[in-house]
Design a protein. Structure first.
Ligand SMILES: Cc1cc2nc3c(=O)[nH]c(=O)nc-3n(C[C@H](O)[C@H](O)[C@H](O)COP(=O)(O)OP(=O)(O)OC[C@H]3O[C@@H](n4cnc5c(N)ncnc54)[C@H](O)[C@@H]3O)c2cc1C
Lengths: 375, 397
């Protein structure tokens, strides 16, 4: 057993760290967030550095790496709360490359995704109880292809997406359709989110999708969902680390009662609590990503553990960091609130701490075969 | 012991309820008012309605225009008012902090303001905190120097809630730098329209500019506006701060758990055992807060100051706020972090969820309250401090 990064993983981490440090400065992040919430310069830099192709298969022009490498980059993104739809894009591209690369239209989308010219996204969150594994969109077979109807809330980068992966149910089985937002019957409504990440509400009214752009592998949605949870947990890890770093720096500099705040144990211990959660999250994220790379769907328990820490743990971490900044952190000209908003938002988007626990608990209590995803 | 209302209290409660039913906006519109100016205006208007109908200053002495009833009656009225869609939140500084301070320390002229507050004519703000004086408020460095019959004030205040709308402010400034920090402070009433006051709104992450930076440059304040003695501002301020804590804690009965239950039904998770446990926990916390509130009120009725209960109440309230809004997010899921919604659910919870950090800071942070509790409640020794007895001007910066 060896937790050290390989040389290749270290290179990826350093490269991503450098890019986000240089390009996603607090000033730049503020400017982009105040504008349209998408950093186009950073996006092309990520594409140029090959990071958008990171975990895509080599046959499709990707680097053939896996979830561990993706997690390492996502962690760096989180540290800098960099406003780009990295996770949803890369994971959607990977799914399209793995499942549909024989179809020219899909292969073209993957090439566009690698170059950063076409943004891909996946509509995973669900209306109602938000159970991504039980899609509410319906797919109906017709002579021309499949027709989709239904709605999806909170789709990341929907306003810019060139293609959208939409999970649906056809005759009782789960499918994922590659939808063109320009198709007839698609309505996109922009949503304002608390962390200012561009998201949209997607409505589909009898939208036609060619048969060969529908993924029918019954496990494809499980994979897509598990990967999203793990990658989002990695973003949360970075978000929490950024929060604790800023808090530690602030309380080491600010003085009250003639001493630095960090000399009050109530303060230093709160910061230490955050650090401990981050450590726990690091272990569970790396474990989940590694299990996904090596055992695929068998990683359910590992991924849910990471997802739980990323919801419950990181929201405590960012709340603690915000608290330690007190009044000064409440002003949006001061950067720490972005970690707070990201941490809070990401802790609800793909299910909440309690829904992850409920699923994990049900799975454990049922004594299901380790790993199998139960609905 | 009898925790229930006395017949007199019950009659008062029934009368208040009937009146509110007729005159107040009914609850049900769960929307949070994000237009701050409008929110302030509505609070002032509601205070005027209360005043014109004899429901203002229920427990204030008759000499100040109140009804002179025991505090429990004000508490009962607040409790009933919590069930309708009206708030006096923006008037907390005026009604909850300045009025009690002036009743105790103000000159007869200064006490004239109390009537104006009662009639809903004045909004007040609190100019205490400074960039370098937050938890350690007494180290504040805004200077006031006497020039003839006027004090000339220079300095900067920060986090001044609603300062952009207020007509009057309470201000702490240093008038004697040669004595230890608590001793050289003077308490002023300041007309916010005075030349030299510049209020710059600070936007918070909820998207509103609830508080401000306030710059004071050669602001002239008449001598008559000093509250209490020159140099004795700290003891006046303690009255204000104690009243602030009680008004943050008092009158609150916790989040309405029924709203959460309703949300759980709408989202189809009312039979989820995790959600049900959360609802049950929120209910137990609300019960704790309510009974704690009764203890405070009954102490007030007996004429004692319920100091410890107030401290516990503020902390328990902050925790309840955190856990309850957290549960709301568990119930609402991804949709909980969006801004607006036709079911009316999202309008209130995301704002409250994000604002949980503020509840634990305003009026003294959790840790500062816990320090006070350790001293007052448990009799533990004070934290060692290096600055006791040291003249303010010699303090290390
Ligand atoms: C929403 C809001 C509204 C406000 N409105 C007003 C207003 O209208 N007027 C006004 O004058 N002020 C106002 N304030 C300011 C408020 O009173 C201060 O923010 C508060 O007293 C804390 O001061 P600070 O922000 O400087 O934090 P700091 O004192 O810098 O504290 C930073 C952190 O250190 C901790 N800490 C500090 N000292 C100790 C200690 N001795 N032991 C343990 N931990 C410690 C704190 O708990 C906190 O977590 C408002 C603040 C907020 C958030």
């Amino acid at each position: 057993m060896n937790f050290d990064l390989t040389d290749e993983q270290q290179v990826v981490t350093d490269l991503a760290g450098q890019l986000f440090t240089d390009l996603a400065t607090p000033e730049r992040v503020k400017a982009v967030t105040d504008a349209d919430g998408f950093d186009a310069d950073l996006w092309s830099a990520l594409a140029d550095a090959g990071l958008l192709a990171l975990c895509l298969p080599e046959e499709s022009g990707g680097s053939g790496m896996g979830m561990v490498e993706l997690a390492l980059v996502a962690q760096q993104q989180g540290r800098h709360v960099a406003p780009v739809p990295f996770v949803s894009h890369v994971l959607a591209a990977r799914t399209v490359a793995e499942e549909l690369s024989a179809v020219p239209a899909a292969a073209a989308a993957v090439q566009g995704a690698i170059a950063g010219d076409m943004i891909l996204t996946a509509a995973i969150a669900e209306v109602g109880v938000n159970d991504p594994l039980n899609p509410t969109v319906t797919a109906t077979a017709t002579p021309d292809g499949v027709r989709l109807s239904g709605e999806k809330p909170a789709v990341v980068a929907l306003d810019r997406a060139g293609k959208i992966l939409v999970p649906a149910v056809q005759d009782g089985s789960t499918v994922i359709a590659l939808v063109d937002p320009a198709a007839e019957g698609v309505t996109v409504t922009p949503l304002s989110t608390t962390n200012h990440e561009p998201q949209g509400h997607l409505e589909l009214e009898s939208v036609l999708v060619a048969d060969d752009l529908v993924i029918r592998d019954p496990e494809a949605l499980d994979r897509l969902w598990l990967r999203h949870l793990a990658a989002l947990a990695a973003v949360q890890l970075g978000v929490g680390e950024g929060a604790v770093t800023q808090a530690a720096q602030h309380v080491s500099e600010r003085k009250q009662f003639g001493r630095t705040l960090s000399s009050f144990q109530a303060v230093s211990q709160r910061a230490a609590d955050g650090w401990i959660v981050n450590e726990a999250l690091w272990s569970t994220v790396i474990n989940a990503a590694w299990q996904l790379d090596n055992d695929g769907a068998g990683a359910l328990e590992d991924v849910l553990s990471a997802a739980y820490w990323a919801c419950e743990g990181t929201s405590e971490v960012v709340l603690g960091a915000q608290h330690l900044h007190a009044g000064i952190g409440a002003d949006v000209d001061y950067p720490v609130h972005r970690q707070f908003l990201w941490g809070m938002q990401n802790s609800t988007i793909l299910g909440t701490a309690s829904s992850h626990l409920a699923r994990l608990g049900k799975h454990l209590a049922a004594g299901s075969d380790v790993g199998s995803v139960d609905r | 012991m009898d925790i229930g209302d006395t017949p007199e209290e019950a009659a008062f409660r029934a009368e208040a309820r009937a009146w509110l039913l007729e005159h107040a906006t009914p609850a049900g519109d769960h929307g949070e008012n994000h237009d701050l100016a409008d929110h302030v205006e509505k609070a002032l208007a509601w205070q005027r309605v209360l005043h014109d109908n004899g429901w203002a200053g229920i427990s204030w002495p008759e000499a100040f225009g109140g009804r002179g009833m025991r505090p429990i009656f004000q508490a009962i009225f607040n409790e009933e008012m919590a069930t309708v869609d009206e708030t006096l939140g923006p008037l907390t500084v005026a009604l909850g902090m300045v009025a009690p301070t002036l009743m105790r320390h103000g000159s007869p002229e200064q006490q004239q303001h109390i009537g104006a507050m009662l009639r809903g004519e004045q909004l007040w703000c609190q100019l205490f905190s400074e960039p370098n004086a937050g938890s350690d408020l007494a180290v504040l460095s805004t200077r006031a120097e006497l020039d003839g019959d006027e004090w000339v004030v220079n300095g900067q205040k920060v986090w001044t809630s609603l300062g952009q709308f207020a007509q009057w402010g309470i201000l702490l400034a240093r008038t004697d730098p040669d004595v230890p920090k608590h001793q050289g402070i003077t308490y002023f009433l300041v007309d916010m329209a005075s030349p030299g006051i510049e209020v710059r709104p600070l936007v918070q992450m909820t998207g509103t500019a609830h508080f401000n930076e306030t710059f004071l440059t050669d602001v002239r304040i008449p001598k008559e506006n000093v509250v209490g003695e020159v140099g004795d501002g700290w003891s006046v301020a303690r009255t204000t701060l104690t009243s602030e804590r009680s008004s943050i804690a008092g009158g609150k009965t916790g989040w309405n758990v029924d709203l959460l239950i309703e949300a759980a039904h709408i989202k189809g998770v009312a039979d989820d055992p995790v959600v049900r446990q959360g609802l049950a926990r929120a209910h137990t916390q609300a019960t704790n807060l309510r009974t704690l509130g009764y203890r405070i009120r009954s102490a007030l009725s007996m004429g004692t100051t319920p100091g410890r209960e107030m401290l516990i109440m503020k902390l328990a309230y902050a925790r309840h706020w955190m856990e309850t809004t957290d549960l709301a997010m568990q119930i609402l899921g991804a949709e909980g972090m969006l801004a607006a919604d036709d079911e009316g659910l999202r309008a209130i919870w995301p704002f409250a969820f994000l604002n949980q950090y503020a509840v634990r800071l305003g009026g003294g942070t959790d840790e500062v309250q816990q320090n006070i509790m350790a001293e007052l409640g448990l009799g533990l020794p004070r934290e060692p401090s290096a600055d006791r007895g040291v003249p303010w001007k010699d303090l290390p910066r």
